[in-house]
Design a protein around this ligand. Structure first.
Ligand code: ISE
Length: 337
């Protein structure tokens, strides 16, 4: 089988990382072209990687040479490029979020159903992290009884950068927990609230940390602490309290160092250091499935549900009261996938 010819829309940092990953480390696919909403920038990146550059992502998506599309553009461009790929009938991998707007996620879902073919995968890479997969296998084994309570934390080492906004803690960062915990437990959520304790002096105008409380359909209670401007490292933890045991997400195996009257075990500095394997497995699976005409990962429906949940969480934070989450009935198209 020949290599899958991929076009990448959005040539920022994560896009370039994916080009490097696919062209130098993975098998069966090759990014042969790229484009950006800023045409000159897209062409400059194309030149740098020795690939074809285009006037626009739309032109690239519609080039008959391009067989599959990766969307790594700024969030607001996700929906237009994904919809263009659906119209062109090409498999499309879209970094999270599918779209910041639930209504646009729904438009993608409806367009995919109308086209009659599964084409969309959303980049919720934690589902491929070997640690989360271990947790899921342990929960699904039933050996420890039903999960009752989850304690999670998601700390970034001052990942604020320029332009971090209060709503992004839920919609950009904890969106990962919203998706991966729903997958881990196999349930949708029914209620959410978000509490903002005293803010860190490093967080500027943003409310940070934020603590999100989710309740699932069966009543499992989840607490996620997000701390974007933390100054201790990139720290993702998840503890699942079950009826007959407690399950903990494994942490990366760094050696313990004894020096200067101290025992030190390093932790990661950022997400690219924490989840490289998850990204490799995720994109390899996407390439393999696309070559076989399948989608084998988080679907457009999952992107839509995550965005509805995140929207309710933001509303709960801003209003200071719990919000009930209503998820529409899953269409048969996704049930049977
Ligand atoms: C970033 O966009 C990610 O996806 C990271 O996984 C997350 O930890 C970070 O907070 C986000 O800004």
């Amino acid at each position: 089988m020949s290599e899958l010819k991929i076009g990448l829309a959005g040539t920022g940092a994560i896009g370039r990382t994916h080009i490097d990953r696919i062209n130098n480390r993975l098998r069966g696919g090759r990014v042969i072209g790229c484009a950006d909403a800023n045409a000159d920038y897209g062409k400059a990146v194309a030149k740098q990687y020795g690939m074809k550059g285009y006037e626009s992502p739309e032109a690239m998506i519609n080039d008959p040479q391009i067989e599959a599309v990766i969307v790594t553009a700024a969030d607001a461009w996700h929906a237009p490029y994904v919809l263009e790929a659906i119209r062109a009938g090409k498999p499309v991998f879209c970094e999270k979020p599918l779209s910041p707007t639930p209504a646009l996620c729904r438009e993608i879902v409806d367009a995919e159903i109308a086209g009659g073919k599964h084409l969309v995968q959303v980049g919720f890479m934690r589902r491929y992290d070997p640690g989360y997969v271990q947790l899921k296998n342990l929960i699904d084994s039933g050996k420890y009884g039903a999960p009752l309570v989850l304690h999670c934390c998601h700390h970034n080492y001052d990942d604020g950068g320029v332009g971090w906004k209060t709503r992004m803690s839920v919609e950009n960062s904890m969106i990962h927990e919203i998706d991966v915990l729903r997958w881990l437990l196999g349930e949708d959520y029914k209620k959410v609230d978000v509490v903002c304790p005293r803010s860190s002096r490093h967080s500027g105008d943003c409310r940070d940390p934020q603590i999100m409380h989710l309740t699932t359909e069966s009543g499992i209670y989840i607490e996620v602490e997000s701390f974007i401007f933390s100054h201790h490292g990139y720290d993702v933890r998840c503890e699942v309290v079950c009826e007959e045991g407690i399950l903990n997400l494994p942490e990366p195996p760094y050696a313990m160092i004894r020096a200067n009257d101290a025992r030190i075990t390093p932790i990661c500095h950022d997400w690219s250091e924490r989840f490289p394997e998850a990204y490799n497995i995720e994109l390899q699976n996407w390439i393999d499935a696309s070559r076989e005409g399948r989608v084998d990962g988080p679907a457009a429906w999952d992107g839509y549900v995550a965005q509805i949940t995140a929207g309710c969480a933001s509303e709960a934070r801003d209003s200071g009261v719990s919000v009930d989450i209503t998820i529409p009935e899953m269409p048969g198209f996704y049930k049977n996938a």
